[in-house]
Structure formats: structure tokens, C-alpha cells
Design a protein around this ligand. Structure first.
Ligand code: GRG
Length: 261
């Protein structure tokens, strides 16, 4: 668990939890346990995604993948334990000292919906079933939104929910999250072609090797870039209802479109 958590990573999901909380006037201290939980959940998905039965990758966060060091059995268990520990952290009754119980429950409910069969795992299943087959635009968008977008969107919603966002704020942040979440995976597809391994810290070219459904495969690199940029622009546009406390979310959006790692 420690090996993969401490291997690095951009910490984007916890950053989104905190940035969303602060955009609606909340406190970073109050949302920190949920922010940590999102990184545990994300790291679990990476460990399992890298396993031989799934993507069979050798490099992650600039280091050998978990199963390469500890073997498959321990890698599976490390992923399971990170997921379980995330649930444990989110359901700690001490959190009720600073956050209303209904908000805690809603946040945990939102986050767990985003990572189950109606979210990350559902997207991953369709991704696997689509390998080596021609995939239409609708299926491709489904894979990306479910596999990657829902967790990103949920991190933003969680920060807002725990910080007592009103419904207008929550709706605006949800739409922002949907846009940048899809853009993130489109750029991830592009980096699999354009980046090098030392820059990215993970295997490159593996989507192509596995016949994965990707935006560059369907639309080409240029059109994929345009789609990602448009999604981010529209996503940032949803933040008009917020003041400069939402500037970190605006910057994160831009980073999602422009990132090189
Ligand atoms: C339950 C057996 C089992 C498997 C689960 C859920 C799952 C497998 C896989 C999730 C799918 C997945 C890993 C999608 C990729 C999302 C993505 C773009 C990850 C990379 O995120 P970054 O760039 O990574 O934020 P860092 O390392 O910076 O945190």
C-alpha cells in the first residue's frame, strides 16, 4: 500500500476535493480525510489496472508496478486494502464534529457510486470488452466518462457537498467536473502516443498494443486535442457563478488540457 501511494503521482483527485471545497467557502482542513480517501481509491484502481489480467503494465509513477515488486497476490490485496481503508476513513464518526452527518453520508454515497459498476469499474468492463474491436463514438465516450470521468467529477462534488455548497453551486461544479473529467482521459490517450516513458512515469504505447478504444484512434491527435480543449473551455465557463476562490479550479482545468505528464 505504501509503495504505490508514496511512489508519487500528481495528487489531482485530493487537490480537486480541496479546490472545490475552497471554491464554495469551505475549509481544506475539514475535507482532508475525504481528500486522502480519493487518493487511496485512485491508487487502488491503478494497482489493479496494471495487473497482468488487466493492462499488464510494468511501470507506474516512475517505478515498477506493484505486482512487479510484490507479486500478483499482494498487489491485489494492496489494492483491496486501499479501497477498504478509504471507506474506513470516510466513515470515521470523528468527522461529525466538523461536518453534518447528512453531508458525510451524501459525500460517501456519491463517491462510492462513482467507483462501482455504475462508474469506474463499469467503464473498465466496457473498455476490456472493446479491446481489438471497432468502437463507435458513443461507446468510446461512455468508456472514458465512466472509467475516468466519474471519479474526477465525484472528487469535486465531494469537496462541495462536505462544504455545504448550495444546489446552484453543486450543479455548476458537477458540470465543470463532467467536462474536465472527459478531457482528462482524452489527453491521457494522447499522451500514450506523444509522451515518453520517463516524462509520463508509466508505459507508453500500450493502448495501441492492446487495440484499446482511444480518442486518437477514432479522431486522430489533432481533433482529440481540439475536443479536450473545448471541453475544458466549456467546463471553466461553468464556474462563472464563483469568485476568485474558484481560480485553482480554473487553473486545474487548463492543466488538464495542456498537461505533458
Ligand atoms: C477491481 C479488478 C478490479 C479492477 C479495477 C477500476 C479499474 C480496475 C481500473 C480503473 C481504470 C483506470 C485506472 C483508468 C485510468 C485513469 C487514469 C487516467 C489514471 C491516471 O491518473 P493520473 O494521471 O495518475 O492522475 P497519477 O499517477 O498522477 O495519480
Amino acid at each position: 500500500m505504501l509503495y504505490s501511494i508514496l511512489a508519487g503521482g500528481k495528487r489531482l483527485r485530493p487537490i480537486l476535493v480541496i479546490a472545490a471545497a475552497e471554491a464554495v467557502g469551505g475549509s481544506r482542513h475539514n475535507v482532508l480525510p475525504f481528500a486522502v480517501a480519493t487518493e487511496y481509491i485512485h491508487t487502488y484502481t491503478l494497482i489493479h489496472d496494471d495487473l497482468p489480467a488487466l493492462d499488464d503494465d510494468d511501470l507506474r509513477r516512475g517505478k515498477p508496478t506493484n505486482h512487479k515488486i510484490f507479486g500478483e497476490a499482494i498487489a491485489i490485496l494492496a489494492g483491496d486494502a486501499l479501497l477498504t481503508q478509504a471507506l474506513h476513513i470516510m466513515t470515521d464518526s470523528d468527522l461529525m464534529d466538523s461536518i453534518p452527518p447528512a453531508s458525510l453520508l451524501q459525500a460517501a454515497h456519491d463517491l462510492t457510486r462513482a467507483i462501482g459498476s455504475g462508474g469506474t469499474i463499469g467503464g473498465q468492463v466496457v473498455d476490456i470488452e472493446s479491446e481489438g474491436k471497432p468502437v463507435d463514438a458513443e461507446t468510446l465516450e461512455y468508456i472514458h466518462v465512466y472509467k475516468t470521468g466519474h471519479l474526477i467529477q465525484a472528487c469535486i462534488r465531494v469537496g462541495a457537498i462536505l462544504s455545504q455548497a448550495n444546489i446552484t453551486q453543486l450543479n455548476a461544479l458537477s458540470t465543470y467536473g463532467a467536462h474536465i473529467g472527459l478531457a482528462f482521459q482524452i489527453v491521457d490517450d494522447m499522451l500514450d502516443i506523444t509522451a515518453d516513458e520517463s516524462q509520463l512515469g508509466k508505459d507508453v504505447g500500450s493502448d495501441l498494443d492492446k487495440g484499446k478504444a482511444t480518442y486518437p484512434a477514432l479522431y486522430g491527435l489533432e481533433e482529440s486535442k481540439e475536443k479536450a480543449e473545448k471541453l475544458v473551455e466549456d467546463g471553466i465557463g461553468c464556474l462563472e457563478v464563483f469568485d476568485d476562490r474558484a481560480d485553482p479550479l480554473r487553473e486545474i482545468g487548463r492543466f488538464f488540457a495542456e498537461r505533458a505528464f
